[in-house]
Design a protein around this ligand. Structure first.
Ligand code: KIV
Length: 283
């Protein structure tokens, strides 16, 4: 396989300009990040979805900076070439510009991330601007924003009325002008995804935003069929990892029941003379 070069923002912009799909996935740990980096995934998000996929919470809001930063660091260690993004958790940026910059900085300083992502439209534009002005690459997130799921009335598609679609289109421009290098659109009609993508000068990444965005992202546990929770309409499952793991672990259980594991090839030997001496020394 050809040696990869590091993914940069100019490279992502070039892909948009050339109409080449930007490939993005989430990762929360070193082994998955290693595979994603090796196959050439452009951007890897250590998403706050780890609250659900890895920690078993019912939503993303219990995720804290102290929880997600070490996961982002592990992802970065496994993915030296992909553009690694740390997801700003609930309450890590909403309260003030200063708090937003300091927490965004933790992803860069402690985890070695290449950038951060945060949810919100016009109301968060000043946070985006502050983080950008601090020299940190920041990605916006519009549409279904899971940290506000309660205020949005549940996990449902956004931008389906004239008013909410126009707000989304306007928010995307405002977040771009505030300095975002890219925007993620979640669960909106394909046509609105297309309008936003065509009007944007920055790469637009979709998850449930149709086929016209500059790139796509999936939660890796959904793509692998590992996560057994709610499956959104936009998820395409590429294997059934839950079933694969289940069968493998049942195989281990069965081997123990049948006493076929450990077999001789899994066991360490000892020099017979040494063993005899040990036994002889036993009282
Ligand atoms: O946290 C996450 O995984 C996300 C998805 C929408 C990609 O933000």
């Amino acid at each position: 396989m050809a040696e990869r070069t590091k993914v940069t923002i100019p490279y992502l912009r070039e892909k948009k300009a050339q109409g080449k799909p930007i490939v993005m996935l989430t990762a929360y740990d070193y082994p998955i990040a290693t595979i994603e980096d090796e196959i050439g995934v452009d951007m890897i998000l250590c998403g706050d979805s780890l609250g659900m996929t890895v920690y078993g919470f019912s939503g993303t809001n219990p995720v804290t900076m102290d929880l997600i930063v070490p996961h982002t660091a592990a992802v970065k260690r496994g993915a030296p070439h992909s553009f690694v993004i740390g997801d700003m958790p609930f309450l890590s940026y909403q309260a003030s510009n200063e708090r937003a910059v300091l927490n965004a900085g933790r992803f860069i300083q402690e985890a070695g991330a290449d950038g951060v992502k945060m949810e919100g439209g016009e109301e968060m534009a000043e946070r985006v601007r502050s983080i950008h002005n601090a020299g940190i690459a920041v990605m916006g997130h519009l549409g279904l924003t899971p940290q506000s799921v309660s205020a949005l009335g549940g996990f449902k598609a956004q931008g389906r009325s004239v008013e909410s679609a126009l707000k989304l289109i306007s928010d995307a421009k405002i977040i771009e002008e505030a300095g975002a290098f890219s925007i993620l659109l979640e669960a909106i009609p394909s046509e609105i995804g297309q309008i936003i993508t065509e009007r944007a000068g920055i790469p637009i990444i979709g998850i449930g935003a149709g086929p016209y965005t500059d790139g796509q992202v999936l939660v890796v546990h959904d793509a692998l069929g590992f996560f057994k929770g709610h499956k959104a309409k936009f998820v395409k499952q590429y294997c059934n990892l839950n079933e694969i793991v289940r069968k493998a672990l049942q195989g281990y259980q069965q081997d123990l029941a049948d006493r076929v594991y450990p077999a001789p090839e899994h066991c360490y030997g000892i020099d017979p003379e040494v063993l005899a001496e040990i036994k002889g020394s036993l009282k």
